[in-house]
Design a binder for this molecule. Structure first.
Ligand code: GRF
Length: 224
């Protein structure tokens, strides 16, 4: 008698919200295609018509929606439309990836512990915009990115994954941004997998990751 195939665990349906280039979107699309991935990207929403990232979604055969915030009377109406689109696609997890709208406490609570963001700094350092220039001005030796659960406070919330890079003496904001972006493209897929698989959970406003170890390597900068 033929043995029944073990039933594959259903993937968590994730949406990615973008406003622009969509390189992090592309990184999560690729990682979710891998066999055994715990999430599938079921919807991409842009608040900016014609955002470049929409092309990545279309090329991957993923449903897209443009919900232009300018078409709504206020933030609440815009977010209600967003929320309806997410529900209509039975979305379970939402990833903000270069989504240039501040989300309200209402939306944050609605998606509490199911809403991730990537920020281009080692939070809690440098919340807000222009992080690479500010990191250079502050003279930090290490910089990086953070994937975190979203809370009502800007660029704050339980941290899932961080990736660090050295800052070099000849760095410009652009060269530093490019080095951080490379690490972003590794951190977001990892964070999404940890959350979608249930290995990363929020416990008392910190994230506990089951069965994960930490690297032994130290990143010390500069080398003399
Ligand atoms: C990334 O640097 C991300 O950390 C920040 O916005 C940028 C988006 O880039 N929140 P992309 O659209 O994913 O290429």
């Amino acid at each position: 008698m033929a043995r029944a195939e073990p039933t594959a665990r259903a993937k968590r349906r994730a949406a990615v919200l973008i406003s622009g280039r969509g390189s992090n979107l592309q990184a999560v699309i690729e990682s979710c295609r891998r066999p055994g991935a715990s999430a599938s990207i079921a919807l991409v929403v842009s608040n900016v018509p014609g955002a470049r990232g929409l092309e990545h979604a279309k090329a991957a055969g993923i449903a897209t929606r443009v919900i232009d915030h300018r078409a709504f009377g206020g933030r609440r109406e815009f977010e209600e439309a967003l929320d309806e689109a997410l529900d209509a696609s039975a979305i379970e997890l939402v990833c903000l990836a270069g989504f240039m709208r501040v989300v309200s406490p209402w939306f944050v609570e609605r998606w509490r512990d199911r809403l991730l963001n990537i920020h281009p700094s080692l939070l809690p350092a440098f919340p807000g915009l222009d992080t690479h220039r500010r990191a250079l001005e502050a003279g930090v030796r290490l910089h990086g990115c953070t994937v975190h659960f979203v809370r009502a406070e800007l660029d704050a919330g339980p941290i899932v994954v961080q990736g660090a890079v050295p800052v070099r003496p000849d760095d410009t904001a652009e060269s530093l941004a490019a080095r951080v972006l490379e690490v972003e493209h590794r951190c977001y897929p990892l964070a999404l997998e940890l959350v979608a698989s249930g290995r990363a959970r929020v416990v008392g406003e910190r994230v506990v990751v089951e069965g994960a170890s930490s690297p032994d390597a130290l990143l010390i900068n500069p080398r003399a």
